[in-house]
Design a protein. Structure first.
Length: 130
């Protein structure tokens, strides 16, 4: 493709608009107070149509959280876990994969070669001169 001359463009219609991704659509629907959707899907050689109408006085997020709480109160462990993870944060596991629990006693300086030691000493000299 040749370079554009001043005032000329190879794409007069501009960049195509980005399709909305799943998370964009989910945020839009979860923030809505009313959802009306009709969709058709094939099954066993036939087309089936489903309609969904949901209306709330608050955004859908509230309904979903309420549903999770209800499920948790009924003993659904996954719902309980999700609520706790979303409110308190996920539990992180700490593990030592390098020393097998032993304290590191060797000074790293002792395993460096002469060139690496020289670089570190130069950095220290520069830092001390500031």
């Amino acid at each position: 493709m040749r370079p554009c001359k001043p005032g000329e463009t190879h794409n007069p219609n501009g960049r195509p608009k980005k399709e909305k991704c799943f998370s964009d659509i989910a945020r839009t629907l979860l923030g809505a107070k009313k959802i009306d959707i009709e969709y058709t899907y094939p099954k066993d050689g036939k087309n089936f149509t489903r309609k969904m109408h949901v209306e709330s006085d608050k955004p859908m997020y509230h309904s979903l959280v309420a549903a999770l709480i209800r499920e948790g109160m009924d003993g659904n462990v996954q719902a309980i876990k999700e609520l706790i993870d979303r409110t308190d944060g996920k539990v992180t596991e700490h593990f030592d994969h390098t020393t097998k629990g032993k304290e590191v006693t060797q000074n790293i300086y002792n395993i460096l070669d002469a060139s690496q030691k020289e670089t570190i000493e130069e950095v220290h000299r520069m830092a001390n001169s500031i």
